[in-house]
Ligand binder design. Sequence first.
Ligand code: MTE
Ligand code: MO
Length: 556
Amino acid sequence: MAEQSLETRRRASGFWNSSIVKGSVIGGVLTAPLIGLMYLMDKLAGLPFVPFMLFDWITRVLPGGLVTFGIDTMIDAMLIAGMSVAAAAKTSEQVAAVLLVFIMGVVLGALYFLVMRKLNAAPHPATGIVLGAIFGVPMIAVSLPMEQSGTSPMFTVIGLGIMFLGWGWAFAPVCRRLVYEGSGIETEDEIRWARSINRRQFLVRLGVSAATITVISGGVGSVLAQRERRLLDEAVTAAGEEPAQATTRQLPNDGDPVVPARGTRPEYTPLEDHYKVFIRSEPTNIDISTWTLPIIGMVENPMVLTLDDIRNNYEPQSEYVTLSCISNRVGGDLISTTWWTGVSLQKIIDDLKPQPEARYLNITSGDGFHETVDLDMIASDERIMLCYEWDGKPLPFDHGFPLRIWLPDRYGMKQPKWITGMEVTSEYNPGYWVGRGWDEVARVKATSVIDTVAVKDLAVVDGQGFVPVGGIAYGGARGISGVEVRVDEGPWEEAQLRSPLSDTTWILWRYEWPFQEGEHTFEVRCAEADGTPQIEERKGNRPDGASGIHSRRTRI
Ligand SMILES: Nc1nc2c(c(=O)[nH]1)N[C@H]1C(S)=C(S)[C@@H](COP(=O)(O)O)O[C@H]1N2
Ligand SMILES: [Mo]
């Protein structure tokens, strides 16, 4: 009788009855709190957050072409969705990382239910523990080498081990309850339990508990994360010589008669808006109380410098710098400008007394990033600096605290942040991104962008309306001599140039467009200081940076 009604129910809910569906749902229900708890334990006890570790590991071991393809696809998707790449790229990666582990949990749940169904026996608790180990062991193995917070490996193994085994262990009773209820193979306890609560109530309770754990651990975790972030920022501020003042910077071109058209991006990027790019899911946190910079290799005079040594033993130098990522698209937002302060690397290299055969400086970073700089290049350009301040304050923690390098005229990929070591060598060692198929030189390509067609600022002169159009042009450290705008494929017209903040920043331009109603296409192009025109051919960013004319279609 009971058997029969069960059959009817089974047929009625054929979909739910599939062990794959059941297993997937339970996999999801149990994996969400696992991820929440791992996040909480990361913030509470410094355990590695497995989704980020896995993601970082995958991007590290996958072939460079595939990683680039992944990043490009993500950026394209974001552009299509109209999102800001600078603001949302890292968040999207983090969401992808969490989803990946979630999906793995779902798949493992489905497999578990499938296997139990095939075995046609009530699952023994040990089977759940095995499932936990199948998931946990590889995850822990991947997390250990990627972990950078200094938590002891023993503690990591035990902490994560308990969480994964606990996750697996929970499957056995749930599976017994959902698959074998009424099949006559329950223990007495389970029959009593089954009578006290029906399947729907059971599922609801399971779901509510899982959701509660997920939300609470996620919530507490993010409160702790904000606190951690604040403490780190304070530590960075404390590393400065004087408390950083919140002064508004007096810009060198303040009185320039060429006023940016309304809607042009800020010429000096507010620090918190400076684009960020780094290989890991999270920025690297370097403990300044133990940080030193060893410079070793083929030198007469190896050194170990503290941040104070760098600041006090060498003459500081500052420059307004525009930094751009090689992944920046034409018109993209992975480009920003701020005030960099540091010391000339040339002076430090001189003090090291490189041996005659020495040719390169290998720079390593706290996150596993690395790059190689030619000693000849350093010798020929005293602007190349080891930078410790941005905007007059210690380097922000996302931007490479305590030390990063600046190479004029190069994309960001050549310029390590979070520097932890340097070695002078005679052998060329391709940098992190160079080894992944990107250009060795990564010289910045000249580019120009229309930021705005400021229709609201229409001004009428002698019966003709003029609308200010404006944007930026950037030619690395080569400078910009001219910007031209054309509308609807008409003649190219000269724009006015505002004097730049320095020889190595972008330049703001403005063009007074004789207004006409309707829908129009605006295009812009620029020329470098020596007259070299920007490359007009449309080309993707790989391997040496994007080129092409930026255009903007507007209905007025
Ligand atoms: N250690 C380290 N340095 C790094 C990177 C990184 O991932 N790790 N990314 C590089 C890239 S690709 C760019 S575009 C710039 C970005 O610097 P920002 O995030 O301060 O704007 O840092 C460069 N230096
Ligand atoms: Mo970059």
